[in-house]
Design a protein around this ligand. Structure first.
Ligand SMILES: [Zn+2]
Length: 81
């Protein structure tokens, strides 16, 4: 998996979205289990607008992208890999 060395934190582990003509933004949410703030990646893909913000996303299923390298939540675009 390729890395972007300019990034720090969990977002540094996200694969490039350039094959999909997209890119990542990040959001800080409270983790379900502990309530601690955690940084997650949100995929921005051309022509797709996610119906929910990650904080209130009711969707637990994702869609595979990049030949099975990446799961993106169908509700909010969060990295679910
Ligand atoms: Zn979601």
């Amino acid at each position: 998996m390729r890395r972007n060395p300019a990034r720090t934190g969990p977002a540094a582990l996200l694969p490039h979205l350039s094959p999909l003509n997209g890119h990542w933004t990040t959001a800080t949410i409270a983790e379900d289990a502990t309530g601690q703030p955690v940084e997650i990646g949100i995929a921005l893909l051309p022509g797709i607008e996610w119906p929910y913000p990650p904080e209130t996303c009711p969707t637990s299923c994702g869609t595979w992208h990049l030949n099975g390298e990446l799961v993106i939540c169908e509700g909010c675009g969060a990295d679910g890999t």
